[in-house]
Design a protein around this ligand. Structure first.
Ligand code: SF4
Length: 63
């Protein structure tokens, strides 16, 4: 996948699932930003997918 397609993919996923996510706003309010972020990448499949796309992007930038 091209760089731009990966960025679009991230935007699409975030728009679809993360925008207005109840869990994220709840955890942010209750436990803070770091906890909410950790929850996203450790406990949510959407967050894990975003992280994976981010990893591919980073690898592309380095090569
Ligand atoms: S990664 Fe999951 S928990 Fe985090 S904001 Fe997106 S949908 Fe919500």
């Amino acid at each position: 996948m091209q760089h731009i397609e990966l960025l679009n993919e991230i935007n699409d996923v975030m728009d679809t699932y993360c925008k207005g996510c109840f869990l994220k706003s709840h955890f942010r309010r209750t436990y803070g930003k770091n906890y909410a972020h950790r929850f996203c990448i450790q406990n949510c499949t959407v967050g894990q997918e975003l992280q994976e796309i981010g990893r591919v992007l980073t690898n592309k930038e380095q090569h």
